[in-house]
Design a protein around this ligand. Structure first.
Ligand code: SF4
Length: 334
């Protein structure tokens, strides 16, 4: 197989074979082929998104212990020093304040993140309050536990436009949730006319090219409005900490491989950096409140959270324009 032939096929909009996809994820991240892939991915993302990047905003509403036991998550009960500790929830006024600030700062979309242990009725009522606070135009996404069909419909009624949901790598083995449950939630959301934001995540150094390509296929098959390619953060105290983290050049290679196999998703998220932005990633997440990739109570206070302004600077320095106003497509029928 030849990298240039695969890239030409990708530029022609053709579907790559499973073998060609795996081949892309196997490329040495420091090779000439990797740089050619990253150039091709950047060109394709620029064309697909008209040179426009977006910044989405995540508000973390609570922290663990969460009984779903995802090995990479700082909220998981299996990673908690005190598995019987009381869950900590942010006060409603803080969540509304975060939502108002993000709206004023120009976030293109807001997502409400909770653990799977958050009471669903309470979550719904918060969605309604946030919708009132941010107005009708701001796309609002839910990122909570798995959903029944009825729950998905209730979210839609509460003013939610879409969900963030992913079938994570080694779902059901590295997590306490069967992959079928994750897929059923995605289907329930689709039936409730909720759009999907997803991600190929959380990738660690131990995952093979074949596994990563298979997960990429699941992401693309779910026909998301936005997607991403995210490395796993080695959060201190988690079961996966010792496995380490892959480098940004390897993450950039994977993001490029994903871009070259996906001809329809306009926005692909990744780590906030010029390297990623120059490899075709045109979506980044600003984060506040609790964060499963962090151990700080408020991720924006000395933790991993980055401000809208920080991320905007990275995109603009990398040659992207950042969208002004709401992210499009979320209020259309899926
Ligand atoms: S990733 Fe989500 S479901 Fe899994 S342990 Fe963390 S909060 Fe719970």
């Amino acid at each position: 197989m030849n990298i240039r032939e695969i890239i030409e096929k990708s530029f022609a909009g053709e579907t790559l074979s499973p073998e060609e996809s795996v081949f892309l994820y196997r490329v040495d991240p420091f090779s000439e082929d990797a740089f050619t892939m990253r150039w091709a991915a950047l060109k394709q993302s620029m064309e697909l998104a008209n040179g426009i990047a977006e910044i989405h905003a995540q508000i973390g509403m609570d922290s663990g212990p969460c009984p779903k036991d995802c090995e990479f998550c700082s909220f998981a009960r299996c990673n908690s020093k005190n598995p019987n500790a009381k869950r900590r929830e942010a006060p409603v006024r803080d969540i509304l304040e975060y939502a108002k600030i993000y709206t004023e700062q120009g976030a293109n979309l807001i997502l409400l993140l909770s653990t799977a242990a958050y009471d669903f009725e309470k979550y719904l009522s918060l969605c309604e309050r946030v919708r009132e606070a941010v107005g009708k135009e701001m796309p609002l996404l839910a990122n909570t536990g798995d959903l029944t069909r009825e729950q998905a419909h209730s979210l839609k009624k509460a003013g939610i436009n879409g969900i963030y949901h992913a079938v994570r790598l080694r779902e059901g083995r590295a997590t306490g949730i069967p992959p079928e449950t994750r897929l059923a939630t995605i289907e329930n959301a689709r039936r409730a006319s909720l759009h999907l934001s997803t991600c190929l995540e959380p990738i660690g150094p131990e995952h093979s090219a074949a596994e990563i390509a298979e997960s990429a296929g699941i992401c693309m098959g779910a026909r998301p409005l936005t997607s991403g390619v995210g490395r796993r953060v080695a959060v201190p105290g988690t079961k996966t900490e010792a496995l380490g983290m892959m480098s940004q050049p390897l993450n950039a290679l994977y993001a490029a491989a994903y871009r070259l196999t996906d001809h329809r998703t306009k926005l692909i998220a990744s780590v906030h950096s010029e390297l990623m932005a120059n490899s075709g990633s045109n979506l980044s997440w600003s984060e506040v409140g609790s964060n499963p990739r962090d151990t700080h109570k408020k991720t924006e206070k000395g933790g991993r959270g980055r401000t809208i302004e920080d991320i905007k600077r990275i995109f603009e320095e990398s040659g992207w324009q950042v969208r002004k106003g709401p992210s499009p497509g979320w209020t259309d029928s899926p």
